[in-house]
Design a protein around this ligand. Structure first.
Ligand code: SF4
Length: 477
């Protein structure tokens, strides 16, 4: 599968694994999620025999698989097969009425082309190793599933029969394998960076292959820019070489801003934005669980983000005292009711609620409305009263060249207020906050737990304090 994406990646993986980029916490969380989903999917065919990966050599895994099949096992998890020098682990192998069936499990909400190839190579190896298959399917997440009580695996998963599709491409596989084997016998293929570096997956050798691309380049321009790689191949890498006529107005501001250290202020647009705000003025930010395929709580769907923390700064009147409220749910509990009730208590009626990227907070409040319809009226008022502090930055009414074309608060804050930034914080992203909340639930050491709790409160508080300071700055502009 790696070689399918890029032959050079397969070569580096085989001969220079030390050049691989470090795994980020976000990637680690993705792997963990994949494991969890795999475990749940096993319940589609309960009572199977597991062929472990850890602690067993490949030969031992192959032997255990053969033994389990010979012993009359009906279901195997992680069954191991090898053929033509390719080793595969099959998520679920089940002996159905017609014969053996293969199930590949993905923590994805849809079927993607790469999944078909993944199933196809497994079928090739399993059949080649001497076990005829009657069916091959992909098991993935049903995004419409709503949890009610225990997870209903039959509802949570979609099982899509790919038997016909994968059999059509079986004949292509030996050639592909030979091509890869041939490549591995030679020198490292000279493959330049290209769309394959992030399609279908982010390649973990980017640090190696992209090391000569400057930080500011054709690739750092935000937004859609067709044919980036074509321009790159023509030698256009540096910002100064990019033809201006292919850039959008916003991209032009980024490029010229960076090259000439030029800022933009459209006072008219800014004034218009500021006139949409009123007092009492709240600054609100949620932290939520990350997009988990297995819904955690009743009435939630796969990938739905559940708020577990908020920070709220509140100013009753112009130049009035700045109050701060916060909420952080006990880890391991359902945070929704307590969080909402706390919020309903804190936000004054008819307050203007300022968020950064309001679609997110609006979405979470809308979810709360579904979960707690008794509060629908008040939540609707909150949603109507939300304004978005991101607007002047997204519209480039205010742009500082240090923002590098971004209007994320992480870039806007240090550009406008250099003494404030997210650098050096123990938690400095939404993903980290979510991981920390889950990690807290597993911690036994009260001191460690308290440290995490404080880091979470500090991070979320900075999000709303940043908004307060950014607004103050905008008013001076
Ligand atoms: S970074 Fe790109 S070119 Fe380099 S190995 Fe990965 S996919 Fe291939």
């Amino acid at each position: 599968m790696r070689g399918r994406q890029c032959l050079k990646s397969l070569y580096l993986h085989k001969y220079h694994p030390d050049l691989r980029d470090e795994i980020t916490p976000a990637q680690e969380a993705i792997f963990q999620t994949g494991h969890t989903v795999g475990r749940y999917a096993q319940n589609l065919f309960p009572g199977g025999v597991e062929i472990p990966y850890e602690g067993l050599s490949i030969t031992q895994q192959l032997r255990q698989t053969a033994y389990a099949i010979q012993a009359g096992g009906r279901t195997l998890y992680e069954a191991a097969f090898q053929f033509n020098g390719v080793f595969v682990k099959v998520d679920i192998l089940h002996r159905g009425e017609q014969g053996w069936e293969l199930y590949e499990v993905k923590a994805s909400g849809e079927l993607k082309p790469e999944h078909v190839d993944d199933v196809a190579i497994q079928c090739y190896v399993v059949a080649g190793a001497g076990l005829p298959l009657t069916k091959a399917s992909l098991v993935y997440i049903n995004k419409e599933y709503v949890r009610r009580g225990d997870i209903d695996v039959a509802e949570l998963f979609v099982v899509e029969d790919l038997t016909g599709t994968v059999s059509e491409i079986q004949d292509l596989i030996p050639d592909r394998i030979n091509q890869m084997r041939e490549m591995l016998r030679g020198e490292m293929p000279s493959i330049d960076i290209g769309p394959q570096c992030s399609d279908p997956y982010d390649c973990d050798f980017r640090g190696q292959c992209w090391k000569d691309i400057p930080e500011e380049s054709i690739f750092s321009i935000r937004g859609r820019l067709p044919n980036r790689f074509e321009l790159y191949r023509e030698g256009i890498v540096q910002l100064q070489d990019i033809p201006r006529d292919i850039l959008s107005a916003s991209q032009l501001i980024q490029v010229e801003g960076t090259l000439e250290k030029k800022n933009v202020i459209n006072r008219e647009g800014l004034r218009e934005f500021l006139s949409t705000l009123w007092f009492p003025l709240c600054f609100l930010d949620f932290e939520t669980t990350y997009m988990m395929p297995i819904p955690l709580f009743d009435e939630t769907r796969p990938y739905q983000q559940v708020p577990f923390q908020y920070s709220l700064h509140l100013s009753e009147r112009e130049n009035g005292e700045l109050l701060h409220y916060e909420f952080l749910a006990d880890p391991g509990t359902d945070p929704r009711r307590d969080l909402l009730e706390s919020l309903l208590e804190r936000i004054p009626d008819n307050a203007c609620i300022l968020c950064y990227n309001m679609a997110f907070e609006k979405g979470r409040l809308s979810d709360c409305k579904t979960w707690f319809p008794e509060h629908a009226e008040k939540i609707d008022t909150f949603i109507e009263n939300i304004q978005d502090l991101m607007v002047p930055f997204r519209k480039k009414d205010v742009y500082q060249w240090q923002m590098n074309g971004s209007y994320s608060i992480k870039n806007v804050l240090p550009a406008l207020i250099p003494e404030m930034s997210y650098e050096g914080m123990a938690i400095n992203s939404g993903d980290m906050a979510s991981s920390a909340w889950f990690a807290m639930a597993e911690m036994n050491d009260p001191e460690e737990r308290e440290k995490k709790r404080r880091a979470l409160l500090e991070y979320c508080k900075l999000d709303t304090l940043a908004m307060v300071k950014i607004l103050e700055k905008l008013r001076t502009l």
